[in-house]
Design a protein around this ligand. Structure first.
Ligand SMILES: *Cc1c(COP(=O)(O)O)cnc(C)c1O
Length: 381
């Protein structure tokens, strides 16, 4: 049998075009309409998020967060080096200096114990990235934020429908813990709209201003609610809201969130069962994620070294199966290495060289996973 397994395949629930058509027919296709409100309310009700605003991407949501905390030139923002460029760009665009932290040895999340020594009088925020959707150590991060009066902005791009349990036993959805949080609906994420994202405003001091920044610096949202009799330019801002066409697509996905998550979790477990024992015998690390902390965003392997990873990726490619490596440490990127303070971040560099992601999408079958796992084993013979 001839395989052809892409790394990702966007899943359509079947209602996307119907809802888009209904948005188009309604005559209201710009933003902040029926479907936008439906999606925002869904998130607020299901996860108890204080206030949600759909954006055109997670990148945009992070930029809104950088504006909301009033990022100024010279401010320092602490984040992991092993992350996507958007996490850093949002703050770099406003003149901030990024202070990169290392990842943990047992997963790519920020090493929360390394944060305190990076804090200075210029530090303004910590941006934890929930890698593979798995929660960072929010106990330690929120404690530091309170102690030093810092903002916490969760990069929850991959963390939809996942939870974090604090040491005191309290469980909260990821994205509801920091002052602000950013989600992504890019087609590679669990829930998609092509491009798309959402800003979650948990800290009430940002509620009003977030709407203004979202709507080009105007009080248009308040005007349409009848709270003011005219609308005008009241602050700086930009156009961060998606059209109703995007929101209509997203709504079709949200209606099927439970089904999508169930399928992804099944596939994730299937990988785990086929690879867990074998991986250990060849020095490959496999994510050990308790079920209640796993939203099945990604199944990854941490190889022993770069050669081993390249060998597996090449072998799978020869079988028409696409697996991919992930981030390149931002502290050693062409754009930022000159600006970085020279600290060595060994875990971040290790994930850069050794982490690989396996195909994981709704339409993948159990037998596909069996095949992929078998080829991985073969590649190491
Ligand atoms: C996908 C992703 C982003 C960017 O999301 P977009 O919606 O594509 O802008 C940012 N941060 C992380 C950690 C991501 O995985």
């Amino acid at each position: 049998m001839n395989y052809n397994i892409p790394f990702n395949k966007p899943y359509l629930t079947g209602k996307e075009t119907e809802y888009i058509e209904s948005a188009v027919k309604s005559g209201k296709i710009s933003g902040n309409g029926f479907f936008t409100k439906k999606c925002q309310t869904f998130f607020e009700e299901r996860y108890g998020f204080n206030k949600c605003l759909l954006t055109t991407s997670c990148t945009d949501a992070l930029e809104m967060a950088a504006i909301l905390i009033d990022t100024q030139p010279g401010d320092e923002i602490i984040m992991p080096s092993y992350t996507f460029v958007s996490t850093a760009n949002a703050f770099v665009l406003r003149g901030a200096k990024i202070v990169f932290a290392d990842s943990l040895a047992n997963n790519p999340n920020i090493d929360a114990d390394s944060i305190e020594e990076l804090i200075t009088s210029k530090t303004k925020a910590i941006v934890p990235v929930h890698y593979a959707g798995v929660g960072c150590d929010m106990d330690k991060i929120m404690t530091l934020a309170n102690k030093y009066n810092l903002f916490v902005i969760e990069d929850a791009a991959q963390a939809i429908d996942n939870y974090y349990t604090f040491k005191n036993g309290e469980t909260k959805p990821l994205g509801s813990i920091g002052h602000l949080s950013a989600f992504s609906f890019h087609e590679t994420k669990n829930i998609i709209s092509g491009e798309g994202g959402m800003l979650v405003i948990n800290d009430k001091q940002f509620e009003n201003r977030s709407e203004i920044i979202w709507e080009k610096g105007t009080n248009r949202s308040a005007f349409f609610r009848g709270e003011t009799d005219k609308y005008g330019w009241v602050d700086h801002g930009s156009s961060f809201l998606p059209s109703e066409i995007i929101a209509a697509f997203l709504w079709a996905q949200l209606e099927n969130l439970d089904d999508i998550q169930k399928r992804r979790k099944f596939l994730w477990s299937s990988y785990f069962e086929s690879l867990n024992v074998f991986a250990k015998t060849v020095g490959i690390g496999i994510p050990e994620i308790p079920a209640h902390m796993n939203n099945a965003h990604m199944f990854y392997l941490v190889c022993e070294n770069l050669e081993q990873r390249s060998g597996i990726i090449e072998y799978l490619k020869s079988k028409n199966i696409l697996s991919v490596f992930h981030y390149l440490s931002l502290h050693s990127s062409p754009f930022y290495s000159e600006k970085h303070d020279g600290r060595i971040l060994p875990e971040s560099d290790r994930y850069t060289d050794t982490l690989m992601r396996l195909p994981l999408y709704y339409e993948l079958s159990d037998s596909d996973i069996g095949k992929i796992s078998q080829f991985i084993k073969e590649s190491l013979k």
